[in-house]
Design a binder for this molecule. Structure first.
Ligand SMILES: Nc1ncnc2c1ncn2[C@@H]1O[C@H](COP(=O)(O)OP(=O)(O)OP(=O)(O)O)[C@@H](O)[C@H]1O
Ligand SMILES: [Mg+2]
Length: 248
């Protein structure tokens, strides 16, 4: 479903990702862990070409989604980003109503009429486990929601345009334990329909939610395997040291 082949990435002269090759299967959750600055977010952004927005960067290697190299000249980035949605570390709702936040992507892409949009907004809010909390105040500003609710709103916004892949960069790091566990439950439910890639600094979270885990260090993918193996019996000493808190 997603395949990176010898991906190297540079910010100017700085070699941020070194020869990354990995495959992520459909309908699984893959977690990326590793010390700060090791390239997790950079690699996540490769998967929907968000790094294209940063000046003086360079990518070598291939990244395929459903067999197509997403860096091929024929690929339309707008279409790619519809297929590969993203949720960021800090909830970033638009200064609009709850309803309009979720409807936004549908409107700018001219997807459907009024009743289609209303239906999709409800479906997306249900998908993000937020509907019951907001159904009576859809016209209120998104800023009136709590941080955890805002993050679920951002997930609903990403779901509205029916992506097949959802990238999440530390989606629960700003949230309390209850909101965090809601997001974790949500990931478990969402993987029935979506392929999820999540960056997290929380080892327990990676162990709880993911099927596979990749451990990055200094721009390299040190180890990538089933999450159970990663946390019980990793192959590399560096991985063992990191997950047991000896460094990082
Ligand atoms: N826009 C940028 N311009 C130049 N260098 C960058 C840029 N973004 C990231 N880097 C560098 O690339 C490396 C990887 O950064 P990245 O943000 O991918 O790390 P990370 O693993 O996500 O870290 P964290 O856990 O702190 O979020 C770091 O050394 C960082 O300084
Ligand atoms: Mg990061």
């Amino acid at each position: 479903m997603i395949e990176a082949k010898n991906v190297n990435f540079y910010y100017g002269n700085f070699h941020a990702l070194k020869n990354i090759s990995m495959q992520m299967e459909a309908n699984t959750v893959t977690a990326f862990i590793g010390p700060s600055g090791c390239g997790k977010s950079t690699f996540l952004r490769i998967l929907n070409r968000m790094n294209d927005l940063i000046d003086d960067t360079h990518l070598a290697g291939e990244c395929l989604i459903d067999g197509q190299n997403i860096y091929d000249k024929s690929v339309q980035v707008d279409e790619l980003r519809k297929k590969v949605g993203m949720v960021f570390q800090k909830p970033n709702p638009f200064p609009k109503s709850i309803f309009e936040n979720v409807a936004y992507g549908l409107r700018v892409n001219s997807m459907g009429d009024k009743s289609f949009i209303a239906g999709r907004v409800e479906e997306s809010l249900r998908g993000a486990a937020l509907w019951e909390e907001v159904k009576d105040k859809l016209k209120k500003s998104a800023f009136e929601l709590s941080g955890g609710q805002q993050q679920r709103l951002c997930i609903a916004r990403a779901l509205a345009i029916s992506p097949s892949i959802l990238l999440m960069d530390e989606p629960a790091s700003a949230l309390d334990p209850i909101s965090t566990s809601k997001i974790e439950e949500l990931m478990y439910a969402l993987k029935q329909k979506y392929t999820i890639v999540i960056v997290t600094h929380n080892m327990q979270q990676a162990a709880r939610v993911s099927d596979k885990t990749g451990f990055f260090m200094l721009g390299e993918l040190v180890e990538y395997c089933d999450t159970k193996k990663m946390f019980l019996n990793p192959d590399k000493a560096q991985t063992q040291n990191y997950i047991t808190g000896k460094f990082g």
